[in-house]
Design a protein around this ligand. Structure first.
Ligand SMILES: Cc1ncc(COP(=O)(O)OP(=O)(O)O)c(N)n1
Ligand SMILES: Cc1nc(C(=O)O)sc1CCOP(=O)(O)O
Ligand SMILES: [Mg+2]
Length: 208
């Protein structure tokens, strides 16, 4: 399995957002450090998810960036993405691993050490851990766990921990110090006036 990129860009498909424009700005800056997770709204059709994922895979390929698909693993397989990401409402990690195969990248959401260790034992190759900070991008989340929560999970597993939820370049150093391997963002790039510059700032904070 190739090494995992440290900057995960999750597509923002809310009305008025333009995920492919953001991606085109981020790719030349982050190149193989970029992991793009195709995430669509729950009411999007599989065809819409497929069309977006197909375009993302094609855009990522020349840069060596990685494309994953959130939730819809059949779409990941259909577009030959590198893997997928699952959480509590999705296929169980062991079932997801069976679907994707042993070589795929498989991310799982974990918010505390016990479920984190279970997800790794079931076949997760990285963990998405959060919400680290308050976020307006997704509703219904538990209270933020902060760097201390990330530290507890990172100490319990031997796979990369990707911190998520309200992450900005300013919050990256504390998350890295807590053991995060990388970060996943929506708003920090999708809402940026200059996504290329925001990508450079996030990468700078991740790799210094
Ligand atoms: C990197 C990363 N971490 C966590 C999540 C959240 O996944 P999940 O809990 O399944 O929630 P949805 O994203 O499906 O709404 C993620 N997508 N990526
Ligand atoms: C999709 C998602 N999952 C989360 C979790 O904690 O499981 S937080 C989140 C949204 C992250 O968006 P932003 O970077 O704009 O805060
Ligand atoms: Mg999910």
């Amino acid at each position: 399995m190739p090494s995992l990129g440290r900057l995960h860009l999750i597509t923002d498909t809310r009305p008025g957002r333009d995920p492919l424009t953001v991606l085109r700005a981020a790719l030349p800056v982050a190149r193989a450090e970029l992991v793009v997770q195709v995430r669509v709204e729950d009411d999007a059709t599989d065809r819409q998810a497929y069309e977006l994922a197909r375009r993302v895979v094609a855009l990522c390929r020349p840069y060596g960036a990685t494309c994953l698909v959130n939730d819809r693993l059949h779409v990941a397989l259909a577009v030959d993405a590198a893997g997928g990401h699952v959480g509590a409402d999705d296929l169980p990690v062991r079932a997801a691993r069976r679907v994707l195969g042993s070589a795929a990248v498989l991310g799982a959401t974990a918010r505390e050490p016990g479920s984190a260790a279970e997800a790794v034992a079931a076949g997760a190759s990285y963990l998405g851990v959060g919400p680290c900070h308050a976020t307006t991008t997704k509703t219904g989340l538990p209270a933020p766990i902060g760097p201390a929560g990330v530290r507890a999970v990172a100490a319990a597993v031997d796979v990369p921990v990707i911190a998520i939820g309200g992450v900005t370049a300013a919050s990256v150093p504390a998350l890295r110090a807590a053991g995060a391997y990388g970060v996943a963002v929506v708003g920090a790039l999708s809402g940026a006036a200059d996504p290329a510059r925001a990508t450079a700032e996030l990468l700078g904070a991740l790799t210094c």
